[in-house]
Write a protein that binds this ligand. Sequence first.
Ligand SMILES: NC(=O)c1ccc[n+]([C@@H]2O[C@H](COP(=O)([O-])OP(=O)(O)OC[C@H]3O[C@@H](n4cnc5c(N)ncnc54)[C@H](O)[C@@H]3O)[C@@H](O)[C@H]2O)c1
Length: 436
Amino acid sequence: MSVKKHFIKKIQNKQVTIGVIGLGYVGLPLVIEFLKKKFSVIGFDNDFNKINKLKKNQSYINYISLDSLSKKQIENFLPTDDFSNIENVDVIIICLPTPLNKRNNPDMTYINNGLRQMKNYLKEGQLLILESTTYPGTTKDLIYPLLAKKKFNIGKNFFVSYSPERQDPGNSNFGLKETPKLVSGATSNCLKISHKLYSMIVDTVVEVSSLEVAELTKLYENIFRSVNIGLANEMKIICENLKINLYDVIDAASSKPFGFLPFYPGPGLGGHCIPIDPYYLKWIAKKNNVDAKFIELSAKINNSMPFYVVEKIKSALKNFNKKIRKSKILIIGVAYKKNVDDTRESPSLKIIQILNENNANVDYYDPYVPFLKQSRNYKLGLKSRKINKHMLAEYECVVLLTDHDILNYKLIKKYSKIIIDTRGKFKGNQINIFNA
Ligand SMILES: NC(=O)c1ccc[n+]([C@@H]2O[C@H](COP(=O)([O-])OP(=O)(O)OC[C@H]3O[C@@H](n4cnc5c(N)ncnc54)[C@H](O)[C@@H]3O)[C@@H](O)[C@H]2O)c1
């Protein structure tokens, strides 16, 4: 039997051990899905706190739970920071962060560190898959040289694939299983093996023609969102001056069954993907002598939104003869999107920072985020307040930034002196409610 056929048979019989590198928002759900299907999984992370929690069968992300796993399935999971365990896996799936560096260019440090840590333990017969979002060409740029040093023969005795993660955190209709999975392979053997692997945990696997097509498709999907959100944000500013409610326009346009997709304005972009991915494409385009003008412009509009929101706060306060300086301002929602606890790149952090620079007294309330720790970019160190009618009345201005479903909108509307609404939750022209 050929190596490919043997590998596929082992996957079919669940005789392969899966190694997941990086147990974060992408890696952990993947671990759970493989465990549910009765595979053995070794999860690698260099964060001891996460490993320790996982060893006690506890998740550290609010919407990802290990509770649905049986005792036997949990026993098949080994969380570890010891990369020598790479020797004991058949499949290695890399789910490491791909942020931007200080110059807003791709930062491959995490991927390179992960590869460095595993390199001595790689062995013939393994399948290595990259899932991190990245520029087209990454798999070949970073992984091929490593495998060449090991003298592996790609497609014959070692297999390489790129398969982007497409999850939408907090989306209850489309989880990992329901979202079609793109797979690509370095060779047709690599493609067939990785197709088989993912078909064990997802409903639909979509093969694409090359590693680069899969890498670029993921970027294109996210940039499609960021460009359209940029357009919605520009429309918001135009509509404000025209005194037309943009949300009514979007509702009306959504009645068209073809050619239109609704995108909504907001206080700016957040999360690990949408604010970052345009810069990945811009970088690789520039390297290939193209200016990504359109993509850059939408990123610029989206990045300007936190400043726009603060200007709206200032002018709303002015309407009530108040100044931003020393005003008590309550931010509602610091997660970058609704119903999640993730604050990475959240525009709320930027808005709090700008308000602090304006000497406002800022507090926040977010039922999903009890603390805002100091981070690399933001030295905020705040604790979420509890919301009630008395505390709402303490604030000169309440700013809705994240529209979590569990918020008590009636309470907020009734007891806030001024509301700045960046999510279109409080429709209607009321003297104390301003869209931003
Ligand atoms: N979060 C999302 O919604 C989402 C969706 C689609 C794609 N992605 C992409 O998936 C990738 C991972 O994103 P994420 O959100 O899961 O990141 P994350 O920060 O939640 O998780 C990454 C994990 O890797 C660990 N880690 C870092 N360096 C390590 C190392 N050298 N060895 C072992 N572990 C290490 C971290 O401790 C962390 O637990 C990124 O490329 C991201 O763009 C994310």
